[in-house]
Design a protein around this ligand. Structure first.
Ligand code: PHE
Ligand code: ZN
Length: 850
């Protein structure tokens, strides 16, 4: 329902709830359209609160009865919750409500996914299950009884008694309601065991639908690796007798860290070599780790309110990226994270949706599970660690866990443990949490009297609601190279705090070449007029693998920009020669070489043009990128077979980093080969493929070569029974379609009998892929905007959360020409004017239109 006037909630208005909850007992009698939930909750007046209004959240609930200390009461019920007079002393609240999980298409609260019951409560879904103070600072011990004929009945914590048609669970750790979970279904377990370092034996289960048992081994291994890693690196042990993970086909997000009962989108946990790519394996390993790590950073220590979301998300993303770096290659992980940050967080922070890592207001909290809160939130922690050093970081984290275990905390609490361990004043650093926008960092160099000086200037452009920005603390990692390529000054951390600041390096007999912002030490846009020669030098010599890659990226951007301003031009030959030397260096990790073969995305080029004051033309950008790829493939044609040979994997399939790196290099080489052999090599690889990485890279190469018809039909015939693989089949056809075809391909595929638009994975596979096809989405006649808007209107009535997230496809509308802007605004306007539009989507559209 559309609220008459959407309410804005402010961080500054926080007040504690008037009551504490001592315990919660829930009973579920499951039925698809009439589930009964009874609750018995022990409340007591909260001495820390002044306002004693007894308000319980509750939405879309049918209240059957309510009682206080055994006496029936008749509360005042509104669409948002209920109020009721209560005693001025501890009391027992009882209520019975009825809900209809089968009708719940929003996938929030208790819902059904292909015959199985499951819940999603973060952020505010518990209020769709029963009346409760649904806020993260109310923490309580939960006991749950589930009644159902389904064979597997799960909830949080440790298992209790069971009988025919019922099971009981008890979670001894106090938790907020958003971490509640329940699952019931006909499920099979893939089981294992883990012994914590203090000797606690933990039963591990990964629960899946019958038929998916063969896709569990990888997730289970990832879980055990995560449990060991968190003990080794953060000293954090698991704290229950069981850890359950459930795979669910219909899920709005990746996964959810419910205490002792993580619920996963099946795409984020199920894997097998035949059905999953190396990228899938790596992502699954990272998400399993992420959700597991939340047990300490999120669950044992939670958030006081939803403005503090980055407290758990930024930290947990940071921890999972450390885990992946330790298990795989740190530079490859770092480069991948920066590519992702630039593709998702930078456009968000530089457009109408920009908000601080800790927002100060919201209408719908679901709209703030963003790249800024997650990924920029993690970058901020990386900077903090760089500034205080590894040892101080470790001591601060120990103090954080010791001081705040069992509490609902704020960013102030988080920063204070760093101040207390280091004696540093973090007041200025805290601006990273309150100022939105991507800082731009420009640099000038001078050399005189054997002293080399770098002068930096920082400036953050205005963002919605924040016109003036103050200087932020920027950790700038710098190394200096001699003209002969030796490193004369190893990586040094410069700490910039002023708007303009100089740093000098004395005693340098020759003017050095600077490698600036090594490892991407701060999430800024570095504006540096490095010459082509300097970038070529850094590509050849930089000892920092990130900046070596970055130098090539700068050359790629420059080359493409030149091709755009003069369509008669070809790619920069000197750069391609230098790049080829690096690519052929067998001493380098194949995964790293594969990254060097990547080009900046068309969307990133559009953003760079826009920043340089030129209106981007999506078709021209696409044409330049294609011309570049074609020219490169032709130029390197003779070297491709040797590279392909180097990338060959002879051993049986393993998703480890070494093999995956080879396949990544092989995939990049195959894409080049297909441009010169009409798809012959790709066809052969497709026919011989015994793993999804090889099969899918062959398929995408064939699509770009325009020779994929047979392969697409064969792929569909082979995989039509497998939903996750079919998501790939839908997605690649749209993402890799030639721009002028993308809309038609999407239209045709949305008419396919397997296009189940209510399934978020399938919806995203199609409409999300359309938005990713930059030139296809920005077709001049606006047909893609209209098609997406039509589908968003349709989905909003069923699933506001996924709809609102997908509105971000329009977030960069200001980059483009007036005609396209007009068409995007019209599409958004059509959404805005839709009667009954959800609060989620209304807020997004309003922010987008500004
Ligand atoms: N808290 C989840 C995570 O990051 C994400 C999530 C948010 C899932 C909201 C579902 C709903 O791990
Ligand atoms: Zn998370």
């Amino acid at each position: 329902m559309k609220d008459a006037a959407p309410q804005t909630i402010y961080l500054k208005d926080y007040t504690p709830f008037g009551f504490t909850v001592e315990k919660v007992e829930l009973t579920f009698r499951l039925a698809p359209t009439a589930t009964r939930v009874t609750s018995r909750i022990r409340f007591a007046p909260n001495p820390a609160a002044t306002d004693r209004t007894f308000f319980l959240h509750g939405e879309e609930l049918k209240l059957i009865r309510a009682a206080i200390d055994g006496a029936e009461v008749t509360p005042d019920v509104t669409p948002q919750g209920l109020t009721c007079p209560v005693p001025d002393a501890p009391f027992d609240w009882e209520a019975e409500v009825e809900i209809a999980p089968e009708d719940n298409t929003a996938l929030e609260g208790l819902y059904m996914s292909r015959g199985m019951y499951c819940t999603q409560c973060e952020a505010e879904g518990f209020r769709k299950i029963t009346y409760y103070p649904d806020r993260p600072d109310v923490m309580a011990v939960f006991s749950v009884r589930i009644e159902s004929d389904l064979p597997v009945l799960l909830s949080n914590g440790n298992p209790g008694d069971t009988g025919a048609g019922w099971a009981e669970w008890h979670d001894p750790w106090p938790k907020p309601a958003y971490l509640f979970a329940l699952v019931a279904g006909d499920l099979r377990a893939h089981s294992d065991r883990f012994t914590t370092r203090s000797g606690r034996a933990v039963d591990l289960n990964l629960w899946v639908r019958p038929g998916d048992e063969g896709k569990c081994a990888w997730g289970m291994e990832a879980l055990k690796k995560s449990m060991r890693w968190d003990e080794d690196v953060y000293g954090r042990e698991y704290d229950l007798d069981v850890f359950n993970i459930v795979a669910v086909d219909d899920f709005n997000m990746g996964a959810m860290e419910n205490k002792g009962l993580n619920i996963f989108n099946s795409s984020a946990v199920l894997a097998s070599p035949e059905t999953s790519t190396d990228a899938n394996f790596e992502r699954i390993e990272a998400i399993i780790a992420h959700e597991y790590f939340h047990n300490w950073t999120g669950n044992r220590i939670t958030c006081r309110d939803w403005f503090q979301l980055c407290l758990k998300e930024g930290l947990t993303v940071f921890r999972d990226s450390q885990f992946t770096s330790d298990l795989r290659s740190a530079p490859v992980k770092r480069i991948g994270d920066v590519i992702d940050l630039r593709a998702r967080q930078f456009p968000e922070d530089q457009g109408p949706l920009s908000h601080p890592v800790r927002p100060e207001s919201f209408q719908e909290i679901n709209n703030f599970y963003t790249a800024t809160v997650y990924e920029k939130g993690a970058e901020v922690i990386g900077m903090l660690k760089r500034l205080v050093g590894d040892d101080a970081y470790a001591r601060a984290l120990d103090l954080y866990f010791e001081r705040h275990d069992g509490q609902a905390c704020t960013i102030e609490d988080w920063l204070r443990v760093f101040e207390d361990t280091t004696g540093r004043d973090l007041a200025q650093f805290k601006r990273w949490y309150s100022q939105a926008g991507t800082p731009r960092l420009s640099v000038e160099e001078s050399y005189a009297d054997a002293t080399y000086t770098l002068t930096f200037r920082q400036h953050t452009p205005p963002t919605p609601g924040q016109d003036e920005k103050l200087p932020q603390v920027l950790p700038i990692a710098v190394g200096l190279l001699n003209p002969n390529g030796d490193e004369v000054v190893p990586t040094t951390l410069l700490e910039m705090t002023e708007a303009e600041q100089s740093f000098s390096f004395p005693n340098l007999p020759a003017r050095p070449v600077a490698s600036i912002l090594r490892g991407f030490s701060a999430p800024v846009v570095l504006e540096r007029d490095a010459s082509r020669e300097e970038n070529l030098f850094l590509l050849a010599h930089d000892t920092d693998p990130f900046n070596r890659w970055e130098a090539s990226r700068a050359l790629a951007v420059a080359s493409l920009m030149n091709m755009l301003s003069d369509p008669a031009r070809g790619p920069d030959g000197a750069w391609l020669d230098a790049l080829l030397d690096v690519i052929r260096d067998s001493a380098l990790d194949p995964a790293y070489r594969a990254l060097l073969l990547g080009l900046p995305s068309e969307s990133e080029l559009a953003q760079r043009l826009y920043e340089a004051g030129t209106t981007p033309d999506p078709e021209a950008i696409h044409a330049a990128a294609e011309k570049h790829r074609q020219a490169r493939a032709e130029l390197w044609q003779a070297q491709l077979p040797a590279l392909a040979e180097e990338a060959r994997v002879d051993a049986p399939f393993s998703p480890d980093a070494a093999q995956a790196g080879k396949r990544a290099l092989g995939g990049a080489v195959l894409a080049m080969q297909s441009r010169v052999d009409g798809g012959k090599a790709a066809s052969a690889q497709f026919d011989a493929a015994d793993n999804m990485t090889a099969q899918l890279s062959a398929l995408t190469s064939l699509i770009t070569a325009g020779a994929a018809d047979d392969a697409l039909a064969a792929f569909e015939a082979q995989w039509r029974h497998d939903r996750l693989v079919m998501d790939k089949w839908f997605g690649v056809q749209i993402a890799f379609a030639p721009p002028h075809d993308a809309v038609d391909v999407t239209r045709r595929l949305t008419e396919h009998p397997d296009f189940d638009w209510k399934n978020p994975n399938r919806f995203r596979a199609c409409l999300g892929a359309l938005a990713m096809n930059h030139a296809g989405f920005h077709r001049a006649d606006g047909a893609a905007y209209d098609l997406l808007a039509d589908w968003l209107i349709r989905l909003d009535a069923k699933n506001p959360q996924t709809t609102a997230r997908m509105c971000t496809a329009f977030q960069s509308w200001k980059r483009y020409d007036a005609a396209r802007q007009e068409k995007m605004r019209a599409a958004l306007g059509r959404l805005r004017d839709q009667p009954g539009l959800s609060r989620d989507t209304s807020e997004m559209v309003a922010r987008l239109l500004g």
